[in-house]
Design a binder for this molecule. Sequence first.
Ligand code: ATP
Ligand code: MG
Length: 305
Amino acid sequence: FDASKGFAAQAPVLEGWTHVYSGKVRDLYEPQDEQAFPDAVLVVASDRISAYDHVLSSTIPDKGRVLTQLSLWWFEQLSVPNHVLGTTVEDGVPAEVVGRAMVCRRLEMYPVECIARGYLTGSGLAEYREHGTVCAIRLPEGLEDGSRLPEAVFTPSAKAEVGEHDENITYEDVTGMVGDDAAARLRDLTLAIYREAEGIARERGIILADTKVEFGLDPVTGEITLGDEVLTPDSSRFWDASTWEPGRAQPSFDKQYVRDWLTSAESGWDRSSGDEPPALPADVVERTRARYVEAYERLTGRAFA
Ligand code: ATP
Ligand code: MG
Protein backbone atom coordinates (compact mmCIF):
# COMPACT_ATOMS: atom_id res chain seq x y z
CA PHE A 1 0.00 0.00 0.00
CA ASP A 2 1.43 3.36 -1.03
CA ALA A 3 -0.06 6.11 1.14
CA SER A 4 1.63 8.80 -0.95
CA LYS A 5 -0.44 8.05 -4.07
CA GLY A 6 -3.75 9.50 -5.26
CA PHE A 7 -6.50 10.39 -2.81
CA ALA A 8 -4.80 8.27 -0.12
CA ALA A 9 -2.44 11.23 0.22
CA GLN A 10 -5.41 13.26 1.55
CA ALA A 11 -5.96 10.91 4.50
CA PRO A 12 -5.21 12.80 7.71
CA VAL A 13 -2.25 11.83 9.90
CA LEU A 14 -3.82 10.67 13.19
CA GLU A 15 -1.95 10.23 16.44
CA GLY A 16 -1.93 6.65 17.68
CA TRP A 17 -3.17 5.26 14.36
CA THR A 18 -1.32 4.15 11.22
CA HIS A 19 -2.99 4.77 7.86
CA VAL A 20 -3.16 1.43 6.02
CA TYR A 21 -5.72 1.78 3.22
CA SER A 22 -7.89 4.27 1.36
CA GLY A 23 -10.97 3.31 -0.61
CA LYS A 24 -12.95 5.70 -2.75
CA VAL A 25 -14.53 7.33 0.29
CA ARG A 26 -13.09 5.86 3.50
CA ASP A 27 -9.60 5.81 5.05
CA LEU A 28 -8.61 2.88 7.27
CA TYR A 29 -6.10 2.96 10.14
CA GLU A 30 -4.60 0.33 12.42
CA PRO A 31 -3.80 1.00 16.08
CA GLN A 32 -0.17 1.62 16.99
CA ASP A 33 -0.90 0.12 20.41
CA GLU A 34 -2.46 -3.23 19.54
CA GLN A 35 -2.90 -4.08 23.24
CA ALA A 36 -5.03 -0.97 23.84
CA PHE A 37 -7.19 -1.72 20.77
CA PRO A 38 -7.04 -5.47 20.12
CA ASP A 39 -8.30 -6.52 16.67
CA ALA A 40 -9.49 -2.99 15.99
CA VAL A 41 -9.46 -0.73 12.97
CA LEU A 42 -10.37 2.95 12.68
CA VAL A 43 -12.74 3.66 9.80
CA VAL A 44 -12.75 7.35 8.82
CA ALA A 45 -15.27 8.63 6.25
CA SER A 46 -13.96 11.49 4.11
CA ASP A 47 -15.93 14.13 2.21
CA ARG A 48 -14.87 12.54 -1.10
CA ILE A 49 -17.58 11.76 -3.62
CA SER A 50 -17.45 9.39 -6.56
CA ALA A 51 -19.54 9.42 -9.72
CA TYR A 52 -19.32 7.32 -12.87
CA ASP A 53 -16.48 5.28 -11.28
CA HIS A 54 -14.33 8.38 -10.71
CA VAL A 55 -13.41 9.93 -7.38
CA LEU A 56 -14.04 13.63 -8.04
CA SER A 57 -11.52 16.34 -7.27
CA SER A 58 -14.25 18.30 -5.43
CA THR A 59 -15.38 17.28 -1.96
CA ILE A 60 -18.83 17.68 -0.38
CA PRO A 61 -18.60 19.45 3.01
CA ASP A 62 -19.98 17.33 5.91
CA LYS A 63 -20.52 14.26 3.72
CA GLY A 64 -18.21 12.12 5.88
CA ARG A 65 -20.17 13.07 8.99
CA VAL A 66 -23.52 12.42 7.31
CA LEU A 67 -22.41 8.96 6.13
CA THR A 68 -21.04 8.04 9.55
CA GLN A 69 -23.99 9.35 11.58
CA LEU A 70 -26.52 7.73 9.25
CA SER A 71 -24.68 4.39 9.35
CA LEU A 72 -24.54 4.49 13.15
CA TRP A 73 -28.27 5.19 13.30
CA TRP A 74 -28.99 2.24 11.03
CA PHE A 75 -26.66 -0.08 12.95
CA GLU A 76 -28.84 0.65 16.00
CA GLN A 77 -32.07 -0.10 14.13
CA LEU A 78 -30.90 -3.40 12.64
CA SER A 79 -30.89 -6.70 14.48
CA VAL A 80 -27.75 -7.97 12.68
CA PRO A 81 -24.38 -7.96 14.56
CA ASN A 82 -22.11 -5.11 13.38
CA HIS A 83 -18.45 -4.08 13.63
CA VAL A 84 -18.81 -0.86 15.67
CA LEU A 85 -16.81 -0.73 18.93
CA GLY A 86 -16.85 3.01 19.71
CA THR A 87 -17.28 6.53 18.38
CA THR A 88 -15.93 8.87 21.07
CA VAL A 89 -12.52 10.23 22.11
CA GLU A 90 -12.78 7.98 25.19
CA ASP A 91 -13.21 5.02 22.82
CA GLY A 92 -10.00 6.03 21.01
CA VAL A 93 -11.32 8.14 18.12
CA PRO A 94 -8.88 11.04 17.51
CA ALA A 95 -10.57 14.38 18.31
CA GLU A 96 -10.06 15.82 14.81
CA VAL A 97 -12.18 13.09 13.18
CA VAL A 98 -14.87 12.64 15.85
CA GLY A 99 -18.25 12.49 14.10
CA ARG A 100 -16.93 10.88 10.94
CA ALA A 101 -14.96 7.97 12.40
CA MET A 102 -15.68 4.71 14.20
CA VAL A 103 -13.38 2.32 16.04
CA CYS A 104 -14.45 -1.05 14.64
CA ARG A 105 -13.60 -4.72 14.95
CA ARG A 106 -11.12 -5.53 12.19
CA LEU A 107 -13.02 -8.08 10.12
CA GLU A 108 -11.78 -10.52 7.52
CA MET A 109 -13.94 -9.07 4.77
CA TYR A 110 -15.69 -11.34 2.25
CA PRO A 111 -14.81 -10.31 -1.31
CA VAL A 112 -18.50 -10.01 -2.17
CA GLU A 113 -20.65 -6.90 -2.44
CA CYS A 114 -23.91 -8.15 -0.93
CA ILE A 115 -26.74 -6.41 -2.74
CA ALA A 116 -30.47 -6.72 -2.22
CA ARG A 117 -32.89 -5.25 -4.73
CA GLY A 118 -36.58 -4.66 -4.24
CA TYR A 119 -36.87 -2.55 -7.41
CA LEU A 120 -35.35 -2.90 -10.85
CA THR A 121 -32.85 -0.35 -12.19
CA GLY A 122 -29.17 0.17 -12.97
CA SER A 123 -27.07 -2.92 -13.73
CA GLY A 124 -30.01 -5.12 -12.72
CA LEU A 125 -32.20 -3.55 -15.37
CA ALA A 126 -29.44 -3.89 -17.98
CA GLU A 127 -29.12 -7.64 -17.35
CA TYR A 128 -32.91 -8.05 -17.27
CA ARG A 129 -33.33 -6.34 -20.64
CA GLU A 130 -30.72 -8.63 -22.20
CA HIS A 131 -31.52 -11.96 -20.51
CA GLY A 132 -34.74 -11.60 -18.47
CA THR A 133 -32.69 -12.28 -15.32
CA VAL A 134 -30.75 -10.51 -12.58
CA CYS A 135 -27.70 -12.43 -11.35
CA ALA A 136 -29.26 -15.48 -13.07
CA ILE A 137 -32.54 -15.11 -11.11
CA ARG A 138 -35.43 -15.17 -13.59
CA LEU A 139 -37.86 -12.27 -13.21
CA PRO A 140 -41.41 -11.84 -14.53
CA GLU A 141 -41.90 -10.30 -17.98
CA GLY A 142 -42.91 -6.70 -18.60
CA LEU A 143 -40.84 -4.99 -15.90
CA GLU A 144 -39.61 -1.44 -16.51
CA ASP A 145 -37.02 0.92 -15.09
CA GLY A 146 -38.07 1.43 -11.47
CA SER A 147 -40.58 -1.45 -11.29
CA ARG A 148 -41.13 -3.05 -7.92
CA LEU A 149 -40.07 -6.71 -7.84
CA PRO A 150 -42.52 -9.37 -6.57
CA GLU A 151 -40.04 -10.00 -3.76
CA ALA A 152 -36.58 -8.70 -2.90
CA VAL A 153 -33.71 -10.62 -4.50
CA PHE A 154 -30.07 -11.15 -3.53
CA THR A 155 -27.92 -9.89 -6.42
CA PRO A 156 -24.25 -10.11 -5.40
CA SER A 157 -21.36 -8.52 -7.22
CA ALA A 158 -17.60 -8.94 -7.15
CA LYS A 159 -15.61 -5.99 -5.86
CA ALA A 160 -13.69 -4.26 -8.66
CA GLU A 161 -10.43 -2.30 -8.46
CA VAL A 162 -10.74 1.50 -8.12
CA GLY A 163 -11.94 2.90 -11.47
CA GLU A 164 -13.50 -0.40 -12.57
CA HIS A 165 -17.16 -1.31 -12.51
CA ASP A 166 -18.27 -3.97 -9.98
CA GLU A 167 -19.45 -7.06 -11.81
CA ASN A 168 -22.72 -8.90 -11.14
CA ILE A 169 -22.15 -12.54 -10.15
CA THR A 170 -24.50 -15.44 -9.44
CA TYR A 171 -25.32 -17.07 -6.13
CA GLU A 172 -23.41 -20.13 -7.39
CA ASP A 173 -20.34 -17.91 -7.83
CA VAL A 174 -20.67 -16.78 -4.20
CA THR A 175 -20.81 -20.38 -2.95
CA GLY A 176 -17.65 -21.05 -4.96
CA MET A 177 -15.93 -18.06 -3.34
CA VAL A 178 -16.94 -18.47 0.33
CA GLY A 179 -18.53 -21.94 0.64
CA ASP A 180 -22.16 -23.05 0.92
CA ASP A 181 -22.77 -22.13 4.56
CA ALA A 182 -21.28 -18.62 4.45
CA ALA A 183 -23.02 -17.91 1.11
CA ALA A 184 -26.42 -18.83 2.55
CA ARG A 185 -25.78 -16.69 5.62
CA LEU A 186 -24.65 -13.69 3.52
CA ARG A 187 -27.77 -13.97 1.37
CA ASP A 188 -30.16 -14.36 4.30
CA LEU A 189 -28.60 -11.51 6.31
CA THR A 190 -28.61 -9.20 3.27
CA LEU A 191 -32.27 -9.85 2.54
CA ALA A 192 -33.18 -9.47 6.22
CA ILE A 193 -31.42 -6.07 6.33
CA TYR A 194 -33.18 -4.96 3.16
CA ARG A 195 -36.61 -5.95 4.47
CA GLU A 196 -36.08 -4.29 7.85
CA ALA A 197 -34.71 -1.09 6.32
CA GLU A 198 -37.24 -0.94 3.50
CA GLY A 199 -40.06 -0.87 6.03
CA ILE A 200 -38.43 1.85 8.11
CA ALA A 201 -37.71 4.01 5.04
CA ARG A 202 -41.24 3.54 3.70
CA GLU A 203 -42.69 4.98 6.92
CA ARG A 204 -40.63 8.11 6.11
CA GLY A 205 -41.90 8.36 2.53
CA ILE A 206 -38.67 7.00 1.08
CA ILE A 207 -38.37 3.97 -1.15
CA LEU A 208 -35.25 1.87 -0.57
CA ALA A 209 -34.83 0.57 -4.11
CA ASP A 210 -31.67 -1.42 -3.42
CA THR A 211 -28.75 -1.51 -1.05
CA LYS A 212 -25.23 -2.87 -0.80
CA VAL A 213 -23.71 -4.22 2.40
CA GLU A 214 -20.37 -5.81 3.18
CA PHE A 215 -19.72 -8.51 5.73
CA GLY A 216 -16.65 -9.99 7.34
CA LEU A 217 -15.74 -12.66 9.82
CA ASP A 218 -15.15 -11.36 13.35
CA PRO A 219 -11.94 -13.12 14.51
CA VAL A 220 -12.99 -12.72 18.16
CA THR A 221 -16.58 -13.99 18.05
CA GLY A 222 -16.25 -16.12 14.90
CA GLU A 223 -19.50 -14.53 13.73
CA ILE A 224 -20.36 -13.20 10.28
CA THR A 225 -20.59 -9.49 11.04
CA LEU A 226 -21.87 -6.42 9.21
CA GLY A 227 -19.01 -4.03 8.35
CA ASP A 228 -18.32 -0.87 6.39
CA GLU A 229 -21.17 1.67 6.10
CA VAL A 230 -24.86 0.80 5.86
CA LEU A 231 -27.91 2.24 4.15
CA THR A 232 -26.37 5.58 3.18
CA PRO A 233 -27.03 7.42 -0.10
CA ASP A 234 -23.62 6.11 -1.28
CA SER A 235 -24.50 2.46 -0.77
CA SER A 236 -28.23 2.55 -1.50
CA ARG A 237 -30.75 3.96 -3.92
CA PHE A 238 -33.29 6.09 -2.09
CA TRP A 239 -36.23 7.41 -4.06
CA ASP A 240 -38.91 9.82 -2.99
CA ALA A 241 -42.04 7.67 -2.68
CA SER A 242 -44.27 10.58 -3.75
CA THR A 243 -42.59 10.93 -7.16
CA TRP A 244 -41.83 7.25 -7.88
CA GLU A 245 -43.07 6.30 -11.32
CA PRO A 246 -41.89 3.13 -13.10
CA GLY A 247 -41.02 3.50 -16.79
CA ARG A 248 -38.39 6.21 -16.38
CA ALA A 249 -35.18 6.78 -14.46
CA GLN A 250 -36.05 7.84 -10.89
CA PRO A 251 -34.28 10.97 -9.59
CA SER A 252 -31.61 9.82 -7.15
CA PHE A 253 -31.60 11.30 -3.68
CA ASP A 254 -28.00 12.28 -3.53
CA LYS A 255 -25.86 12.46 -6.64
CA GLN A 256 -28.50 13.64 -9.09
CA TYR A 257 -27.11 17.19 -9.33
CA VAL A 258 -23.59 15.84 -9.72
CA ARG A 259 -24.54 13.41 -12.46
CA ASP A 260 -26.76 15.96 -14.25
CA TRP A 261 -24.02 18.58 -14.24
CA LEU A 262 -21.21 16.20 -15.26
CA THR A 263 -23.21 14.97 -18.25
CA SER A 264 -24.39 18.48 -19.24
CA ALA A 265 -22.70 20.54 -21.96
CA GLU A 266 -21.67 23.05 -19.29
CA SER A 267 -19.14 20.67 -17.70
CA GLY A 268 -17.38 20.04 -21.01
CA TRP A 269 -16.66 16.49 -19.81
CA ASP A 270 -16.95 13.49 -22.10
CA ARG A 271 -17.82 10.46 -19.99
CA SER A 272 -16.42 8.03 -22.55
CA SER A 273 -13.09 9.85 -22.90
CA GLY A 274 -11.46 8.27 -19.85
CA ASP A 275 -10.46 11.79 -18.70
CA GLU A 276 -10.89 12.81 -15.07
CA PRO A 277 -14.11 14.80 -14.52
CA PRO A 278 -13.73 18.56 -13.86
CA ALA A 279 -14.20 20.23 -10.47
CA LEU A 280 -17.83 20.86 -9.51
CA PRO A 281 -19.25 24.41 -9.42
CA ALA A 282 -20.04 25.77 -5.94
CA ASP A 283 -23.83 25.57 -6.38
CA VAL A 284 -23.68 21.88 -7.37
CA VAL A 285 -21.55 21.18 -4.28
CA GLU A 286 -23.97 23.07 -2.04
CA ARG A 287 -27.11 21.41 -3.43
CA THR A 288 -25.49 17.98 -3.16
CA ARG A 289 -24.53 18.65 0.46
CA ALA A 290 -28.15 19.65 1.15
CA ARG A 291 -29.40 16.38 -0.39
CA TYR A 292 -27.15 14.25 1.85
CA VAL A 293 -28.27 16.20 4.92
CA GLU A 294 -31.92 15.85 3.84
CA ALA A 295 -31.53 12.07 3.49
CA TYR A 296 -30.12 11.92 7.02
CA GLU A 297 -32.83 14.10 8.50
CA ARG A 298 -35.76 12.41 6.76
CA LEU A 299 -34.59 8.90 7.61
CA THR A 300 -33.55 9.48 11.22
CA GLY A 301 -36.08 12.19 12.09
CA ARG A 302 -33.18 14.07 13.73
CA ALA A 303 -31.72 17.47 12.89
CA PHE A 304 -28.19 17.24 11.48
CA ALA A 305 -25.93 19.12 13.92
P1 ATP B 1 -16.96 1.35 -2.62
O1 ATP B 1 -17.52 0.79 -1.36
O2 ATP B 1 -17.66 2.61 -3.03
O3 ATP B 1 -16.82 0.32 -3.68
P2 ATP B 1 -14.31 1.10 -1.78
O4 ATP B 1 -14.73 -0.24 -1.41
O5 ATP B 1 -13.22 1.38 -2.74
O6 ATP B 1 -15.51 1.89 -2.28
P3 ATP B 1 -14.39 2.48 0.78
O7 ATP B 1 -15.80 2.08 1.01
O8 ATP B 1 -14.04 3.89 0.62
O9 ATP B 1 -13.80 1.70 -0.45
O10 ATP B 1 -13.42 1.91 1.90
C1 ATP B 1 -13.81 1.06 2.90
C2 ATP B 1 -12.96 -0.19 2.89
O11 ATP B 1 -12.84 -0.69 4.22
C3 ATP B 1 -13.57 -1.30 2.06
O12 ATP B 1 -12.56 -1.98 1.38
C4 ATP B 1 -14.18 -2.22 3.13
O13 ATP B 1 -14.25 -3.55 2.69
C5 ATP B 1 -13.21 -2.05 4.27
N1 ATP B 1 -13.77 -2.28 5.62
C6 ATP B 1 -14.92 -1.76 6.12
N2 ATP B 1 -15.12 -2.16 7.39
C7 ATP B 1 -14.07 -2.95 7.73
C8 ATP B 1 -13.70 -3.68 8.94
N3 ATP B 1 -14.45 -3.65 10.03
N4 ATP B 1 -12.56 -4.40 8.90
C9 ATP B 1 -11.78 -4.41 7.79
N5 ATP B 1 -12.06 -3.75 6.64
C10 ATP B 1 -13.20 -3.02 6.61
MG1 MG C 1 -16.94 0.53 0.24
